[in-house]
Ligand binder design. Structure first.
Ligand code: ADP
Ligand code: MG
Ligand code: ZN
Length: 524
């Protein structure tokens, strides 16, 4: 198969996502009072409504409606004041009612969008960026200084309910194939779920991944779900098709179902784009089908050919009245909107003079944003001056530590905001080098001591006394007259040798900037 880059020279990839999110932070299910609890004893949170017993009547959960309106407002959607619930009919044992209650053509939230910042390596996947200049606009993007900003339309966000969970026994890895029997747990049946559908506006696997990551950050900030891809409270389907460059018609798409990690989303779409290209190149045809991405085999396999909407016999739910949202209700939800990650990043840039890149990375996780703000509060008058070194610490050292240690917890660890401020002051003043700063960071975590104490105990303090350094520089130059000659003859690369010798004599504690400066003065 050809590489993505080769494929994208001839074809345009078109991607749209359907993102399902369980509203796990609610107390109760969508249409009954059963408790929401992940991992409870099977079938202990059920009642006549979520078991679909005859005569049981559903009552919508108002808190769930609040959550979906929050999601809509945070993703720039229009909130529809009048919408309805529908029945989507199908028979499968995970749904005892034999239909799923969902929404019809009009959902609570319609016509939204999110803007994605794509930079660095992620931007390299997009075709047509080579030779473009900052500010250029084409397709749905605008070129920025380190990549581009993409406008991604959101078709709708609708409310629905989750099905129960099947457990297949006897087959491989819990798959239905080869199973001898299956069990069903209805605890999850009726869990409030929102489904967000994007326009087919995404063009690369990286854009799809960034969209999901951004959406997850927003939902977490709203507090409407724990968004755990591992536990399945956040999952998505990736729809993808190819078309010849220049064509505006949509090609036939395939759908990757139930993707449960950002990496799988990226890798599955990447594979599917390359697979479709090789089928098309050989004169073959793409069939509209649902496929499954197998991360260990690194390929997609067919699950089923596509059913059409008609198969579901969608019709208005007779047991639920059309839903009306009042202006007061919508306003009351708007009043609850927290500061969203994008706004937070803008505020960091405005208040502390951080670059857009730094600010964006700080707000990527709620814990790092909270930590950074803790540091700024602690730094008081020095906040502006220390913002950059602290941002570096958080984005590099702290994030690497969090990524490498599954049980690392920034809120309770020994590296507190006050200690981060102290460490930033030590590096900023030149008392220790930034390389030593990394050592101190690790030592704070390991030994639970203040950075100042560690620097003192380890005798790390950098020598910045110009007089002392000058004496060493003079000695080194006097000891190496041949090298001095060579340097003056044009071999300026020898500067590294001189710096190294000085450092050696000062046991690594000399301020490298001052050493460099003095050497250059004396050698010129
Ligand atoms: P379906 O009826 O198959 O569910 P929808 O029209 O509801 O298809 O779209 C589902 C998702 O697939 C949306 O995110 C949409 O943007 C995307 N999509 C639709 N058509 C295409 C296509 N030809 N190629 C890629 N994505 C598509
Ligand atoms: Mg659909
Ligand atoms: Zn129930």
């Amino acid at each position: 198969m050809q590489t993505l880059e080769e494929v994208l020279e001839r074809y345009e990839a078109v991607i749209g996502l359907e993102v399902h999110t369980e509203l796990t932070t609610l107390e109760t299910k969508m249409f009954c009072g059963c408790k929401l609890e992940f991992g409870a004893e099977p079938n202990t949170h059920t009642c006549p409504v979520c078991l679909g017993l005859p005569g049981a009547l559903p009552v919508p959960n108002k808190a769930a409606i609040q959550s979906i309106v929050l999601a809509g407002l945070a993703t720039n959607c229009d909130i529809e004041k009048h919408s309805m619930f529908y029945r989507k009919n199908y028979m499968y044992p995970d749904m005892a009612k034999n239909f799923q209650t969902t929404q019809g053509p009009v959902a609570f939230c319609m016509r939204g969008h999110l803007d994605l910042e794509v930079d660095g390596k992620a931007a390299e996947e997009r075709y047509g960026l080579k030779g473009a200049s900052v500010g250029d606009e084409f397709e749905n993007i605008i070129v920025t200084d380190d990549g581009y900003r993409a406008h991604v339309g959101i078709t709708r966000i609708h409310m629905e309910e989750d099905a129960g969970k099947m457990v297949h026994i006897g087959g491989e890895e819990g798959r239905i194939a080869g199973a001898t029997h299956s069990l069903v747990d209805y605890n999850r049946a009726g869990t409030p779920l929102i489904e967000l559908v994007t326009e087919p506006d995404l063009r690369t696997p990286e854009e799809a991944r960034l969209f999901m990551q951004k959406l997850r950050q927003i939902y977490l900030a709203l507090g409407i779900s724990d968004c755990s891809m591992e536990e399945g409270s956040l999952r998505c389907d990736g729809n993808v098709s190819l078309r010849r460059r220049g064509s505006t018609e949509l090609g036939v798409k395939t759908e990757l179902k139930n993707i449960n990690s950002f990496k799988s989303l990226h890798d599955g779409l990447l594979y599917e784009i390359r697979r479709q290209a090789s089928v098309l190149d050989e004169g073959g045809q793409i069939y509209q089908e649902t496929r499954h991405w197998d991360p260990s085999a690194k390929r997609t396999i067919v699950m089923r050919v596509k059913e059409t909407a008609d198969d579901y016999r969608l019709f208005p739910e007779p047991d639920l009245a059309p839903y009306d949202l009042s202006d007061e209700f919508i306003q009351s939800v708007r009043d609850k909107l927290p500061e969203l990650p994008d706004d937070k990043a803008k505020r960091y840039s405005a208040e502390y003079g951080l670059s857009a890149y730094d600010a964006r990375h700080l707000v990527e996780h709620r814990s790092t944003a909270t930590f950074f703000e803790g540091c700024m509060a602690d730094a008081k008058g020095d906040a502006k001056e220390l913002a950059k070194p602290i941002a570096n610490l958080v984005i590099n050292d702290v994030t690497a530590w969090l990524n490498a240690n599954a049980d690392a917890d920034l809120e309770t660890c020994a590296f507190t905001p006050a200690r981060a401020v102290q460490l930033a002051q030590l590096t900023k003043s030149g008392a220790i080098s930034s390389k030593q700063g990394k050592e101190v960071f690790q030592a704070v975590l390991d030994e639970d001591k203040d950075p100042k104490v560690i620097v003192e105990e380890r005798g790390m303090e950098q020598v910045s006394d110009t007089g002392a350094i000058e004496a060493v520089v003079d000695a080194v130059l006097a000891e190496n007259p041949d090298k001095v000659e060579q340097y003056k003859g044009g071999k300026t690369g020898l500067i590294g040798f001189f710096v190294g010798q000085c450092m050696k004599q000062m046991a690594g504690k000399g301020n490298p900037q001052i050493i460099n400066q003095l050497l250059e003065e004396k050698l010129s």
